[in-house]
Write a protein that binds this ligand. Structure first.
Ligand SMILES: Cc1cc2nc3c(=O)[nH]c(=O)nc-3n(C[C@H](O)[C@H](O)[C@H](O)COP(=O)(O)O)c2cc1C
Length: 163
């Protein structure tokens, strides 16, 4: 089965997670939406969509891709992952950004955690991260959740190779 991993990423976390999926899945292709927006997705059997969350919202390139391909996505084998710093809100991010129809049809949707490195931010984002960091509990860990990634891969593999 051909698998497409399509994503957007501003500071590289979502891209890193997409690469881990790509390394662990057979016959997969990785596409960064900042480079290619017009891929014919019909030729893939499974479509995995990854996006970071900023200010509670998915990346605008991912949003555009989903609206453009909505009718294909709702009838395909799909899976979604988000990268976010505040994992406790992950379900809310899905409810606010994805239709119930797409989520109900998905093999799996989950959070892969995230990263919030001040040195990777620019402009307004840097300012926001500085402000947020000041009010954050110093013991709070913002990290990639390898356990969730591994579970996600297992779910895709089951569909890819059920026997
Ligand atoms: C300006 C800004 C706003 C953010 N807003 C949120 C948010 O609303 N909720 C959240 O959980 N994480 C938030 N984050 C954390 C990002 O989701 C996290 O840094 C993620 O790893 C970014 O992925 P990327 O490197 O692929 O762009 C924010 C980060 C920045 C820089």
């Amino acid at each position: 089965m051909k698998t497409l991993i399509i994503y957007a990423s501003k500071t590289g976390t979502t891209e890193k997670c997409a690469s881990i999926l790509n390394k662990n899945l057979k016959d997969s292709t990785m596409i960064n939406l900042s480079r290619i927006q017009n891929e014919d997705i019909d030729k893939y059997d499974i479509i995995i969509i990854g996006t970071p969350i900023r200010m509670g919202i998915i990346d605008k390139r991912v949003k555009k891709f989903i609206s453009k391909n909505y009718n294909i996505l709702k009838n395909k084998k799909t899976a979604y992952f988000i990268c976010c710093g505040f994992n406790e809100n992950w379900k809310q991010y899905y409810d606010q950004n994805f239709s119930k129809e797409l989520l109900d049809n998905a093999i799996i949707y989950d959070t892969f955690g995230g990263d919030l490195n001040i040195d990777k931010q620019k402009g307004l984002d840097k300012f926001i991260v500085k402000m947020v960091s000041k009010s954050m509990d110093k013991n709070r860990k913002i990290e990639i959740l390898n356990k969730n990634i591994n579970n996600f891969i297992e779910n895709i593999k089951e569909v890819n190779n059920p026997y």
